[in-house]
Design a protein around this ligand. Structure first.
Ligand SMILES: NC(=O)c1ccc[n+]([C@@H]2O[C@H](COP(=O)([O-])OP(=O)(O)OC[C@H]3O[C@@H](n4cnc5c(N)ncnc54)[C@H](OP(=O)(O)O)[C@@H]3O)[C@@H](O)[C@H]2O)c1
Length: 290
């Protein structure tokens, strides 16, 4: 297939490398396209401005752009405006992709009481940036009702060591209450996108307040209490368990995300829980892509 990855950073590059290995053609669009691996067909473009002509024969487009900052305007530019601009550019080029995939976030669910979340849970973001992601999905579905949104939990992986660093540096705390956290290894997120790109298109059901057209939660098999994860990391690092203490409200809330729908399509995570995933990161496996 002929793939266009928009906002081709760490996740997008990993997806592209996997697609190339499977024999596909990969265009990577970003401002610094010169840093992409050699086999990518680079498109240097700023999504905040007019785009150069896009290829005429794109079969699958995947949006993996990240906002430059956590403010609402940056989110709207990266997720709402840029997505529309790329679809306009593809139309002008005469490209009619059969598959459109969008990378979203479990931040669209504001659940904070430890309950289970799946694709049927109503979106009710607890943050303004989460609201923009809902807006971006809705805008995309209004235009492409068959677009697929992969709602990722916290992405960790090679070089993405925020929690490990907190433990190593003695800044981590075990919360005195149970806070469920959800995550996915970058490689499993990339594998999920490639897997979804290859699925036959499902008939589009119109997006409505009753539920989105097509979305999947991109999480591993095991929502895990934060206290358990930081204690595990400390043990792996040969350190005592972090002290119990006040933890600022987690951006991810307190929820238990289920991946049954994604698994039901045949996707199998290589890192089913934080244990396998963080062990691989601590062993130095893989590289973070620029
Ligand atoms: N991190 C998490 O825990 C998490 C959770 C849920 C969802 N996600 C989502 O996962 C996706 C991929 O994240 P990632 O980790 O791969 O991010 P990343 O490494 O920062 O990659 C995003 C890329 O977007 C490109 N980009 C940003 N603004 C652009 C612009 N104006 N024009 C063209 N390209 C632009 C950047 O490349 P240039 O600088 O070269 O332009 C950057 O490399 C994002 O959609 C993110 O929101 C992440």
């Amino acid at each position: 297939m002929n793939l266009l990855i928009v906002g081709c950073g760490d996740l997008g590059t990993e997806l592209g490398l996997r697609a190339l290995a499977a024999g596909h053609r990969v265009h990577g669009l970003r401002r610094r396209a010169e840093v992409l691996p050699d086999a990518f067909l680079p498109i240097s473009a700023d999504l905040g401005a007019d785009l150069p002509p896009l290829p005429p024969d794109i079969e699958v487009v995947v949006f993996t752009t990240a906002a430059d900052s956590r403010d609402v305007d940056a989110y709207r530019r990266a997720y709402v405006t840029a997505t529309g601009r790329v679809l306009d550019g593809l139309e002008r080029a005469g490209s009619t992709p059969q598959r459109v995939l969008f990378t979203s976030s479990t931040a669209v669910y504001g659940v904070d009481d430890g309950s289970e979340v799946d694709e049927d849970t109503p979106t009710q973001p607890a943050s303004a940036t989460g609201e923009v992601l809902v807006e971006a999905e809705q805008a995309l579905w209004a235009r492409r009702p068959d677009a697929v949104s992969l709602r990722l939990a916290g992405v960790y992986g090679p070089g993405r060591t925020r929690l490990i660093d907190q433990v190593r540096e003695g800044r981590a705390r075990r919360p005195d209450r149970v806070i469920h956290t959800n995550r996915i290894h970058r490689d499993d997120a990339a594998a999920a996108l490639l897997h979804l790109a290859g699925l036959p298109a499902t008939p589009a059901s119109p997006a409505s307040s009753a539920g989105p057209a097509t979305c999947y939660l991109g999480v591993d098999d095991e929502p895990a209490p934060l206290a358990e994860v930081v204690a595990f990391l400390a043990a792996e690092l040969g350190l005592p368990p972090p002290p119990v203490g006040e933890v600022s409200r987690s951006r991810g809330g307190d929820k238990r995300c289920r991946n049954a729908r994604l698994r039901g399509t045949g996707w199998v995570p290589a890192y089913p829980s934080y244990r396998e995933g963080y062990r691989a990161v601590l062993a130095g496996e893989g590289t973070r892509h620029p």
